[in-house]
Design a protein around this ligand. Structure first.
Ligand code: BJW
Length: 246
């Protein structure tokens, strides 16, 4: 796949300023994981958007848990793809690289990124609806669904559903990165879900150059400095090369 790299993008990749990457479900599509919106986004004939709400969980925790149990198993079977590997190379090659993801699948961490700011939580953490601490859980067999905590209360995935606030400290850090960035790479997101979708605009207003990597156009496309219409797995390794990172 061939695509042009503008002089400005090349200059910003080469000059060593702070780079912020904002990633979404499309980055894991080439690992075989379904995105939320668009083709292949349905689960058992249901729209994932209807399931990713506290209301859906309150009404039917078993169905919502079956969806997340399926996602955990899919994610465990998936392997990081060249886009994940490229983001890990950027973190290793640049002190001032920051990765902010909306993804909950853990593939960035498995590719080698050590400092991942997870806006929407993680499939691999569980939260007790009683008083117990949120904790990591990598177990693929959670037993009968919905799972319960040792204290007897229901457990839920520690992800951020619609209408729920993001962790304020995480969001604050992400906004700071956006304000400090010289270059923002937005990859694999429909740029529809806030407050994540506001980060490129915060960065742009503070002087960053914004590049979007997505085979489709999104509401961000016309505001970004460049839209590269390609898959993250093809484009990101090339950007790493231009940045001079082996
Ligand atoms: C490829 C590719 C390839 C394919 N390469 N690309 C301002 C305006 C309007 C509304 C709001 C607003 N502020 C807040 C809201 C409400 C709401 C919201 O944004 N609604 C909009 C939908 C209108 N936001 C919220 O509710 C947030 N909370 C909040 O704001 O709280 C405020 C509050 C304060 C105080 C008290 C109480 C509340 C929370 C949002 C949580 C989102 N949660 C989910 C589920 C997470 C858990 C889980 O994973 O199940 O997050 S929903 C879902 O969408 C998930 C994703 O992270 C998120 C974004 O999706 P993403 O990653 O962009 O995926 P897709 O599928 O949409 O797009 C994939 C893209 O990839 C496509 O464009 C493809 O073309 C592309 N692609 N292959 C590159 N190979």
């Amino acid at each position: 796949m061939s695509f042009a790299i503008s002089n400005e993008l090349r200059a910003r990749l080469e000059r060593g300023g702070p780079i912020l990457a904002l990633t979404g479900a499309g980055v894991s599509a080439e690992s075989g994981l379904a995105t939320f919106r668009g083709p292949g986004g349905m689960w058992e004939g249901r729209d994932p958007m209807e399931l990713a709400t506290p209301q859906a969980f309150a009404a039917d925790p078993e169905t919502v848990w079956r969806f997340y149990d399926w996602r955990r198993k899919q994610a465990a079977e998936a392997a990081p793809n060249p886009a994940h590997v490229a983001f890990a190379a950027l973190e290793q090659g640049r002190d001032s690289f920051r990765l902010v993801t909306q993804n909950v699948d853990g593939l960035h961490e498995r590719a080698g990124n050590r400092d991942v700011l997870r806006l929407h939580g993680s499939l691999w953490r569980l939260r007790c609806l009683g008083d117990c601490e949120e904790h990591d859980n990598l177990e693929l067999d959670l037993g009968p669904l919905p799972p319960r905590c040792a204290c007897g209360a229901l457990l839920r995935p520690a992800v951020v559903w619609f209408g729920e606030p993001l962790d304020p400290a995480v969001l604050h850090r992400a906004e700071q990165f956006a304000e400090e960035a010289d270059l923002v790479i937005v990859a694999g997101t429909s740029a529809l879900v806030y407050p994540a979708a506001a980060l490129p605009e915060i960065a742009r207003l503070a002087g960053a150059y914004v590049v979007e990597v997505n085979p489709e156009t999104t509401p961000l496309s016309e505001r970004a400095d460049v839209h590269i219409a390609g898959s993250a797995g093809a484009v990101l390794p090339r950007l790493v090369e231009v940045a001079g990172i082996a």
